[in-house]
Design a protein around this ligand. Structure first.
Ligand code: ZN
Length: 75
């Protein structure tokens, strides 16, 4: 519901159309080169300090304690 409400606000206040939204959705879908209705999987997370590969759910590196900054839309 929140996504739908935000979209209504954007349409009413900024003049975007449903076609604008669908073009953007297709662009995001195509990030992995396939228009398949699925978002691209993000690459594994690598610690910026010790370079070890980490599970995406960790906020801190389990090996060295470095804070891991995840992209806001990472999956
Ligand atoms: Zn680390």
């Amino acid at each position: 519901m929140i996504g739908e409400a935000l979209w209504e606000i954007l349409k009413e206040h900024h003049g975007y159309s449903d076609e604008d939204l669908m073009r953007r959705v297709a662009k995001i879908d195509l990030k992995d080169g396939k228009l398949d209705g699925k978002v691209a999987k993000t690459a594994p997370v690598q610690c910026p300090r010790c370079s070890r590969i980490l599970n995406k759910r960790h906020a801190l590196c389990i090996y060295c304690g470095e804070q891991i900054v995840h992209p806001p839309f990472a999956r």
